[in-house]
Design a protein around this ligand. Sequence first.
Ligand SMILES: Cc1cc2nc3c(=O)[nH]c(=O)nc-3n(C[C@H](O)[C@H](O)[C@H](O)COP(=O)(O)O)c2cc1C
Length: 210
Amino acid sequence: MHAFSEAFRAELDALLRARRDVRRFRRDPVPEPLLLHLLEQANLAPSVGLSQPWRFIRVQSPKLRAAVATAFEAANAAAASGYEGARAETYKRLKLEGLGQAPEHLLICCETAPAQGHGLGRQTQPQTLRDSVVCAIQILWLAARAEGLGIGWVSILDPQGLREAFDLPPTWEWVAYLCVGWPEAFLDIPELEAEGWEQRRPLADVLERR
Ligand SMILES: Cc1cc2nc3c(=O)[nH]c(=O)nc-3n(C[C@H](O)[C@H](O)[C@H](O)COP(=O)(O)O)c2cc1C
């Protein structure tokens, strides 16, 4: 059998539509086997040259979590000051992280000089290593949603300032800081839409023929 069943495909479509970026978490823990299962699934992602350049760090140290929260506050204040008028007011209302409540924090890095893959596929486009890491993150995001778990990507941070605290090897690039946990709720539409910040555009707006 080459295709999955119609029922599965309908469920998959529902999953894709129901995935959300989550910023409001309950504090109850994520069972260890479940988290490891999700990371196993992310480890199945496609990668350039089969290099598997993703590196997952489970951030458990209160000191590191506090450093990330401080970095968010600084970057968010700087970002807020770049808006004016009604847009600035809306920005201030947005909740853009769930760092304080999410029971699990993941830092996801990219090994930019992996021996694995023997350089295949990335000679002219070295960024395909990072692209591969994002493929893994997307799988994690969807797999988590299938379990009823929420993920929130926190990009409002200056990773340069945090590299030292995390003692990252020089060849590891910071790609994503993710909050993971049980959501207070899954919204039907992106929170940024609900808050009037931005709207999802239909396919016709982003599809061209040349
Ligand atoms: C690379 C990336 C970075 C993001 N960074 C943030 C962030 O720092 N804070 C936040 O609240 N949401 C962040 N998001 C979530 C987006 O705002 C969200 O995906 C978008 O509004 C669509 O909503 P949905 O994911 O719920 O469909 C990020 C998403 C991506 C893909």
